[in-house]
Design a protein around this ligand. Structure first.
Ligand code: GTP
Ligand code: SPV
Ligand code: MN
Length: 586
């Protein structure tokens, strides 16, 4: 249907392999959306929700063994094993094409192959990139329509050029034994088979924008990061931008859409969302680092999203949204744990079984998700589609740490900041299959998403620091410290504004700090607690900022265990660790 020869040749080749009954080219039109929605509902793959209460909204359940990213089945297929590095699973390209080729052979028989051209980045941006995803899932098409700029717009952007990311996806038989997510960064190719879950199959997201993107970023001199982007508007109307890397299900969507506490909104502070998951960052003509959100929608965690915790997210999902693995109510609306409204008396759970509030199991899967258009977000930044992105003043790294990491600290300089990012740790969450709640090292929140050797990735960060004339300042934050009873000490959510405010004041030279062994820390009185004095006393802030020498000694041990896997660890990282040890007196 489109005239690009490279695209047509490749699509024909893949159709020969997978043998679909039909090939449908996706154009992104409204007529097409209606047709595909009807198709998906006719087959029962999706369900039309209550159109009065949730116009344009659809419901979907995945099979119960396919509810999260599968890191153990995700591979980086570089010709040399060393180039995938110690933190990625590796298969040689020849082996992977052979092994998956056998699984793809005839996998679309009796099905339709949809050819989806899509664009990552705004249509007017010279930095955007084109992908084509071939899939036998109409759910994928309808999600890609929200998450990317899909259809004609992408082919117009590509023109006759042969440079696009080739993504092939088939649900096949959805058997976890035959599930693989393979990336071929040297060929701009992604092959995903055997899954129907978001992060494994919406190939523009983690597969392209992070794994292939990080590889391209290193060769082309830019950065692809697992970061939200937000703007803080001051009473004088100026806006400062922050990018923040937290691991999956650790608060990016929430921070990106937070509502400032009353003391600040009364003064005129506002928060604007540019992106909630991925940032592509380049050095601008003015010497600052500029960030673009390559996505067009949010694929957000549903549980815990309420009018109290994140009203902007909830309001974004009131129309044209796809809900996956949440509770379905009798009136065909949706519900999840932590939605802040009463549970339906009787409903259907994420597995399709009858469910009541007294059922022993949760109604929604902990990694159930909504897919919603970014433009519907009440606090979407007017710069969110700026072709050049927005200039970043501060980068935040953060994880889910019950102990050790304080509420916030600032790195001494870029190199120290890279060390802080490289040594991030976080407790695992339901966003990936496997055990939940165990601390693992997750550098820059990119452990599952770096498309090449993580040692080279650290080196790229260090190189970028030297190349950026006016680099952002780097901070570490932790909203998840707990008390002896296991309760979160810091109230979090919108109250995180108070920490971001200190961060931005530091960037402007307008806030003080104490120099500690791990970095610059706010004095307790530097964190504004107006309005929450009862919940957060000066003593609480002191606790949140305390540094326990023994825990840090154990932390350094754990860092060393992680570093021991690397043979390409930049010397600067070790040097920074030695300096930290010396400062701690260890
Ligand atoms: P991905 O989409 O997987 O990349 O996740 P994310 O980083 O965008 O995480 P999200 O904002 O969806 O938050 C995940 C979970 O963390 C939800 O259950 C939130 O309610 C919870 N959460 C977010 N921010 C905070 C916070 O400041 N404090 C606490 N205690 N929990 C939070
Ligand atoms: C994450 O797990 O970091 C997500 C959801 O943002 S997924 O698309 O599954 O990667
Ligand atoms: Mn994510």
């Amino acid at each position: 249907m489109y005239s690009n020869k490279a695209v047509n040749d490749w699509v024909n080749e893949m159709a020969k392999l997978t043998k679909p009954d039909r090939l449908v080219w996706i154009d992104g039109s409204e007529e097409e959306r209606e047709r595909l929605t009807k198709e998906a509902c006719d087959t029962g793959e999706m369900l039309l929700l209550n159109q009065e209460k949730l116009p344009g909204c659809l419901y979907h359940r995945t099979v119960p063994n396919d509810v999260a990213r599968v890191e153990q089945l995700t591979f980086i297929c570089t010709s040399k094993k060393e180039d995938a590095g110690p933190t990625n699973n590796w298969m040689s390209p020849a082996d992977a094409y052979d092994r998956l080729g056998k699984l793809f052979d005839g996998s679309m028989k009796g099905r339709t192959m949809y050819a989806i051209p899509y664009l990552m980045g705004p249509a007017a941006s010279p930095f955007s990139k084109v992908g084509i995803e071939l899939t036998d899932s109409v759910y994928v098409v309808l999600n890609m329509r929200i998450m990317t700029r899909m259809g004609k717009v992408a082919m117009d952007y590509l023109g006759d050029a042969p440079s696009f990311v080739k993504g092939l996806h088939s649900k096949a038989d959805l058997n976890p034994e035959r599930r693989f997510i393979c990336h071929f960064p040297e060929d701009n190719t992604i092959w995903s088979i055997g899954s129907g879950y978001g992060g494994n199959v919406l190939l523009g997201k983690k597969c392209f924008s992070l794994r292939i993107g990080s590889y391209l970023g290193r060769t082309e001199g830019w950065m692809a990061e697992h970061m939200l982007i937000l703007g803080v508007e001051s009473p004088d109307g100026s806006v400062d931008y922050v990018a923040a890397a937290f691991p999956s299900a650790c608060g990016k969507t929430n921070l990106a859409m937070m509502i400032p506490p009353e003391y600040a909104s009364k003064k005129g502070y506002k928060v604007w969302t540019v992106g909630d998951d991925i940032a592509w960052m380049r050095i601008g003509a003015d010497g600052r680092l500029w960030a673009v959100n390559p996505e067009a929608g949010f694929f957000g965690v549903a549980p815990g999203t309420s009018m109290k915790s994140n009203p902007n997210a909830l309001l974004t999902t009131q129309k044209n949204t796809i809900f996956t693995n949440v509770v379905l109510t009798p009136e065909k609306t949706v519900w999840w744990e932590g939605m802040g409204v009463d549970a339906p008396e009787s409903a259907t759970d994420w597995k399709g079984n009858p469910w009541t509030p007294s059922s022993p199991e949760k109604g929604a899967h902990p990694n159930s998700r909504f897919t919603a258009p970014a433009r519907q977000c009440p606090c979407i930044s007017k710069e969110w589609e700026n072709p050049n992105g927005v200039p970043i003043s501060a980068i935040l790294f953060g994880g889910r740490r019950a102990k050790v990491a304080p509420l916030v600290y600032q790195s001494f300089d870029w190199e120290h900041g890279v060390f802080v990012g490289a040594t991030m740790g976080s407790e695992t969450t339901a966003a990936a299959a496997g055990q939940v709640g165990v601390v693992r090292r997750d550098p820059m929140a990119m452990l599952p998403f770096c498309g090449y050797n993580m040692g080279d990735y650290f080196a790229h960060w260090l190189e970028m620091g030297k190349a950026i004339p006016k680099p952002p300042k780097i901070f570490n934050v932790n909203w998840f410290r707990t008390d002896a009873g296991g309760k979160f000490i810091w109230p979090g959510y919108g109250e995180n504004f108070r920490v971001v405010k200190w961060v931005l004041d530091r960037c402007k030279g307008a806030a003080g700090a104490d120099e500690s062994a791990i970095g610059y820390m706010p004095k307790p009185e530097d964190i504004d607690v107006t309005g929450i004095e009862d919940a957060v006393s000066a003593g609480t802030i002191k606790d949140l900022l305390s540094i326990d020498k023994d825990s840090w000694a154990a932390e350094i041990e754990s860092q060393n265990e992680f570093f021991a896997k690397f043979d390409r660890l930049p010397a600067e990282v070790r040097k920074q660790q030695a300096a930290l040890k010396a400062r701690l007196g260890l």
